[in-house]
Write a protein that binds this ligand. Sequence first.
Ligand code: NOJ
Ligand code: CA
Length: 712
Amino acid sequence: MKKIFICMFSLIIIHGAIAQENKTIEVNMNKVKLQFMLDADGRPVYSINYGQSPVIKPSHLGIKLQNDSNFDDHFELSGTERKSVDETWNPVWGEVSRIRNHYEQVIVHLKQQSGQKRLLDLVFRVFEDGVGFRYEFPQQPNLKYFVVADELTEFSLTGDHKTFWIPGDYDSNEYPYTISPISKVDASVLAKSATDIAVRFVPDQYGIQTPLMMKTAEGLYINIHEAALKDYTSMQLHVDIKTFKLTTNLVADAMGNKAYMHAPCKTPWRTIIISDKATEILASKMILNLNDPSKIENTSWIRPMKFVGIWWEMQTGKSTWSYSDRPDTLGADGNPIPNGRHGANTANVKRYIDFAAKNGIQGVLVEGWNIGWEDWFGNWKENVFDFAKPYPDFDVKAINDYAASKDVKMIMHNETSGSATSYERQMDTAFRFMNKYGYTSVKTGYVGKIIPRGEHHDGQWMIDHYLRVAEKAAQYHVMLDSHEPVRPTGLQRTYPNWLASEAGRGNEYNAFSNGNNPNHETIMPFTRLMGGPMDYTPGIFKIKGYSDVPGRQVHTTLAKQLALYITMYSPLAMAADLPENYEKRMDAFQFIKDVPVDFEDSKIIEAEPGEYITIARKEKGTGSWYLGAITNENSRNSIIPLDFLDKGKKYVATIYADAADGDWKNNPEAYQISSYTVNTGTKLSLKLANGGGAAVSIKPLTENDKGIKAYK
Ligand code: NOJ
Ligand code: CA
C-alpha cells in the first residue's frame, strides 16, 4: 500500500532508571486514557477510562510459559519509550481511500528481578477510539524457543453489559448471535443445539469469541478483538459470569499447547475499541492501523469485484457438486456414471458467463468442477480432492476461452474438506493450473475436521496455513476468499490479495438450516466484520419457495438483500441468486449492477447493534453515492439527511424500498422503486418493513434525467 505521511511523527525516548514499583504510566488520546503499573508482586496491571467512565478496571497482563510458571510476576520496570504518530495511508481497496493512523505509543520494558531475569516488553497504542496492546519478547540470553501454555490477559469489565456473543468454538464461527447480559453467557446451550455441517468444538461452557460487542448501561459501546494474528494462535475469551472479568482463552493445538515462539517475537495486538456512539465503532480503522502495510509491492492486479456463480443451486438442492451418485461403478467411457444433476457442466457454466457478461458482473464462481465430491465430507481423510482435475463434463479450456472472449473472470474453487495437508502438497500445482486457465481468484474451503489431525481451524498451525495460502496466492497473482478460516484480524492490509473470508454464519444458512435471524445482519458489522470483509453472499431475490422444507426461507425482505451490499462491505461481493431469478426482476437487479465494491468514502449515518444500520458510501471516481439501510424484525422509519452530498450539485436518487405492505415473513418479495432529484438539503424518509431494508443509488444528475421530480 502506498503511504503518504502528512505529519511526521515525533519520537521521545525516556530510558533508564525509572524502576520504581507502583509508578503509574499514563497515555492519553482525547477521551481514551490508559494507565499501567506493576502491582506489589511485580505483576503488570492496566486499566482504561473513556472520559470519566472506567471501561476496563485494573486487569492483569501476563504469559504463562510451559516449564516456567513464573513469567507473569516479579517484574520490575526498566524503562519506557514513547512516541506519537499521525500519518495517513491509502488502502488498495476498501470503505475509504485514505486512513488516518493517529496514536500515542508507550513501550514498557520489564525485567524479572530474580531467577532467569527474563525480559518482556508491553507495547500500548492509544488511539482516539480505543487501545491496542501486545506482548513483545526481546532477544535475550534466557529465552529463545518457548511454548506459550497460556496467556493471562484480563479485561475486567465494569458491569453486566449487554453482549452480542457466539460460543468459544475452536473450529467455527458459524453461529447465530445471542444478545444477553454477560452474566447469562452459556456457550454449551448453543453448541449442543447446533445441527449443521460445521465442525464444533466448544471446550469451555463460559467461552465466547471475538470480535465481542458490548454495550454498557450508560450507553458506552465496547468492542474487544485482536489485530494482526500471525505466528500465534487465536484469542477467545473466558467469562467470569459473577465478576464480569474476561480472561484470554487461547485456542490449543493437538498437544494442548497454545503457541510456539522464537524470540525475538511478539503476540498479535489485543484491541479494545470504545465509543459513546455505535456509528464510531463501525467507522473505526484501529484494527487496520495496527496491521503492517502491504507486503505486496505491485498491487495493480488486485481488483475488487462482483460475481455470480454455480453455487446457490447446489445449496438449495437444485443441482449437485458431485458428478455421480454411483462413484464406484464406471460407465463405458471409463468415467463414473453421471447423475444428470451435476451443476458444473460446461453448458450451465456458459449460461452464467453470459449472464455476467450481459450485466457487467466481473466474475463467475463454479463449485463442484473438480473430482472428489462424491465422498468429500465427514470422513477425516487425506487426498479427497484433486485441484487440477476437472470432471468429464467441465471443459476447463473451452470455458475459460469463452469467459475470456466475454471479458469475464472465472473464480476457482478449492474445497479442502479440512485436509490442509493435502492442499499444501498440491498448492503449487493448483495455482499453476489457475494461471494456465486464467483464474484470477480462488475461493478456498475448510469444511470438516482439520488434518493435521487434532489441529483446529483457529489454532496456530492453521493460522500459519491460511497465511501460507495468501502468500502463495500473491506469488501467482491470485486473489483469495477463504471459507471456514479463523476470523479476520485486519491482515488484509498486509496481504491485500486476501479480499474476503467467510468465518461467520453466511446467508447460506437460509438454504440448509433454520436460517439467520432477522437481526443477524444488524449484528455482524459490529462483530464478525470488525476484523475484515465477509463473503456473506447477499442478493437472494427468491426469498421463499427455493426449498422443499416447509417454512424455510430467507429471513429478510428482497430490498434488505440489496441494502446488504452497502451495510456489509466486501470487495468481493456475490450476487448469489440464480440468473433466472434475477431475470424476472431486472429493475431491482439494477442496484446490484450499479453498486460498487471499492469506495472513496463512507458515512455511518445511524447504527445500533441488533437493531438497525444505515450507511452511505461514495464510489471512487464518479461522485455517486450508494446507501443501505436495514432493520431487525421491527419495522422502522429512517430519516436520512443527505448532507454528505456536494453543495450546489443536483443528483438523482433511485430508491429500492420495501412495498408498503412488505414484511420479511409474509410479503418479503414486494418492493417499490422510485427516482427523484435530490441535493445536500434533502432529507430522505425511508420506511423499512419488519426485517426489511432500503437501498438507494444517488448519482449526479445528467442531461438524460429530464422530467424526474424533486424529492419531497
Ligand atoms: C461451505 C461454504 O461456506 C460454501 O460456500 C461452499 O459452497 C461449501 N462449503 C462447499 O465447499
Ligand atoms: Ca461455511
